[in-house]
Design a protein. Structure first.
Length: 167
């Protein structure tokens, strides 16, 4: 099984606060479970997460639907979110975890686990870089998300692009 993840954050470093986490489980040509979580931001700040001004300003220029989703989200305690993510990984035999770049989605999510006293539920050698896929196959039709910068929509588009690349 494979998992595509996407994070929406308030920064670009490992200790960035996470606004939302999208996760899509897929294998072969089939998309399975789709998940999205909105962890409590204040709780993350209390645990040492650090936003950056450039990313906050970047959010002002994004689609109103994406911004609205973040503003209106029902935030969950970070421990609950991390427990639910761990349960998804425990349910499936995950061979690959796809994120955008080796130093973004997987790194920030793993750091969120660490800051809250937990180990990430995947091994680092299972991480894959989504940005490499279109570079290695320029003719690939990259699937665009229905709502850019909505974590579940981005993760689903990522999974569909990978499925296309693997055919």
């Amino acid at each position: 099984m494979r998992i595509a993840i996407d994070l929406e954050t308030l920064g670009t470093t490992a200790n960035a606060p996470v606004l939302s986490i999208g996760m899509v489980v897929f294998d072969g040509g089939v998309i399975g479970a789709r998940h999205e979580w909105f962890p409590n931001v204040q709780e993350q700040l209390n645990a040492g997460a650090m936003p950056d001004a450039e990313t906050i300003l970047w959010w002002f220029h994004q689609d109103p639907e994406a911004r609205g989703q973040q503003a209106e989200a029902k935030r969950q305690p970070v421990g609950s979110v991390l427990g639910e993510i761990g349960a998804v990984f425990a349910r499936y035999d995950v061979d690959e975890v796809w994120g955008n770049g080796p130093s973004f989605d997987c790194m920030i999510l793993a750091e969120l686990f660490r800051r809250h006293g937990l180990a990430a539920p995947w091994d680092f050698w299972k991480e894959r870089c989504m940005r490499t896929v279109p570079l290695r196959n320029p003719a690939l039709d990259r699937v665009r998300p229905l709502i850019p910068h909505c974590a579940r929509s981005d993760a689903e588009a990522r999974a569909l692009t990978i499925i296309g690349a693997l055919k």
